[in-house]
Design a protein around this ligand. Structure first.
Ligand code: GDP
Ligand code: IMO
Ligand code: MG
Length: 429
């Protein structure tokens, strides 16, 4: 009956998809609770690669049930594409395997248009969003003019909302952003077809999850993005528009905080960031190039190169605090192989003082200098290691340093992209 949350402790792309897929063997229900198709979660199973943007990463296990919670923003056309791509690989996902919250908000074409227009107008000050319409969709949700999955399923309600919203959005697109406006006709047509296709998947997620708990099943909650992209706690305004912290499970899936047993925080053995914003440990030298090349650090959603830097434990420790993380899963340790010296940021220096938190003022964060602990690297191939004892001493030292300085035990060490390339050092269920 225990329920576990998986979240990112950095700026996303920590390997959440891989670890969720791995932990799915111990759960019967897998739930996305925030974000949308700005996420790109990669799974590698026996050499086969899958990237999911909206479908929970448990979807490959055909005896499990996956859920898209009310806190997620859903692009129905992208969801259908994902279902079709799986069907082409012989994996049929029926309504018995996927439940979409009737209360989840829908991403509309005008959200994408506004996202892109806004970014274009911002020029050098752009956030570097994924252009998927995430921000404008959450803006409409909070502004109480959003369209929910249940509204999409009711043609008259849907049409009325689209017409009302387009009046305002087209005004903005034309007059303020000086870009093309959108016609309601094709939107209503394509979304109505999507509604027909997706209608069988609509359901009451909190009710279903309560029944699952009563029958003694385990639930796994899959976070998207990462702690420092959190709208409240991240490097605002260079953040996403949802709350990737663990507390968001309750609001975004409709499950009370008393139902959560543990929170697994994903930590990449170095740091990456896609898009703009300060990055204290960023590297622009050959070490950074090594991380990008060996780590294949290109966005799973947009294909953009990810900015790379040393592991920042100030950021990770803050994530541990913010989400009450009970264990860490350290990923991509294998990517560090071959680097002579490794650095780990243990504090920031700001105006001659050492601090161990991220300052809220962006300009202060941008002025922070990393304080590093340097440790030795290793050259041995570690991808075959399945226990800590099989790692070279320098790699063990790295793992121990993360555990000590983040102040949290490590439950998993990932040494390759495949489901099997994992060292399990602790139980989370
Ligand atoms: P997510 O968004 O947190 O699910 O992470 P992404 O899928 O965007 O990015 C993580 C990338 O690293 C994917 O390509 C994974 O296949 C890959 N990956 C995950 N764990 C490991 C690992 O331990 N070693 C290596 N080399 N690759 C990994
Ligand atoms: P996963 O789940 C990395 C970043 C974007 C941009 C900012 C805002 O794969 O870890 P948005 O489109 O959300 O309004 O963009 O957030 N971003 C991510 N970066 N991984 C992600 O998801 C991200 N989702 C959004 O690059 O800087
Ligand atoms: Mg990703």
């Amino acid at each position: 009956m225990p329920n576990v949350v998986v979240i990112g402790t950095q700026w996303g792309d920590e390997g959440k998809g891989k670890i969720v897929d791995l932990l799915t063997s111990q759960a019967q229900h897998i739930v996305r609770f925030q974000g949308g198709n700005n996420a790109g979660h990669t799974l590698v199973v026996k050499g086969d690669k899958y990237i999911f943007h909206l479908l929970p990463s448990g979807i490959l296990h055909q005896d499990k049930v996956c859920y898209i919670g009310n806190g997620v923003v859903v692009d129905p056309l992208v969801l259908i594409e994902e279902l079709d791509r799986l069907a082409q690989k012989g994996i049929q996902v029926g309504p018995e395997h996927l439940v979409i919250s009737q209360r989840a908000h829908i991403i509309m074409p005008y959200h994408q248009a506004l996202d892109n227009a806004k970014e274009k107008k911002a020029g050098g000050a752009a956030i570097g969003t994924t252009g998927r319409g995430i921000g404008p969709c959450y803006m409409d949700k909070v502004g109480r003019v959003g369209i929910r999955f249940i509204d999409l399923l009711h043609p008259a309600v849907f049409k009325e909302r689209v017409l009302a919203n387009l009046e305002e959005k087209n005004f903005l697109l034309k007059e303020y952003y000086q870009t093309e406006t959108l016609d309601p006709g094709p939107i209503i047509e394509s979304y109505s077809a999507a509604a027909e296709r997706l209608a069988p998947y609509g359901g009451n997620v909190p009710l279903a999850l309560e029944q699952a708990q009563r029958s003694g099943d385990n639930i796994l909650f899959e976070g998207a993005q990462g702690t420092h992209l959190d709208i409240d706690h991240g490097t605002y305004p260079y953040v996403t528009s949802s709350n990737p912290v663990a507390g968001s499970v309750s609001a975004g899936a409709g499950v009370g905080p008393t139902r959560i047993k543990s929170v697994v925080g994903l930590v990449k053995a170095y740091t990456t960031r896609v898009g703009g914003g300060p990055f204290v440990t960023e590297l622009e030298d050959e070490n950074g190039m090594h991380l990008q090349k060996v780590g294949n650090e290109y966005g799973s959603t947009t294909g953009r190169p990810r900015r790379c830097g040393w592991l920042d434990l100030v950021a990770v420790a803050e994530a541990v605090r913010l989400s009450g993380i009970t264990s860490l899963a350290l990923t991509k340790l294998d990517v560090l192989t071959g680097l002579e010296k490794l650095k780990i940021c243990t504090a920031y220096e700001l105006d001659g003082r050492e601090i161990r938190h991220m300052p809220p003022l962006l300009e202060d964060l941008a002025r922070c200098k990393p304080v590093y602990k340097t440790i030795s690297g290793w050259n041995e191939d570690i991808s075959k290691a399945r226990e800590i004892a099989a790692l070279p001493p320098a790699a063990r030292d790295f793992v121990q340093t993360v555990e000590d300085l983040a102040g949290c035990p490590i439950s998993h060490v990932s040494v390759g992209p495949d489901r099997d390339e994992t060292i399990v050092t602790g139980e989370v269920y």
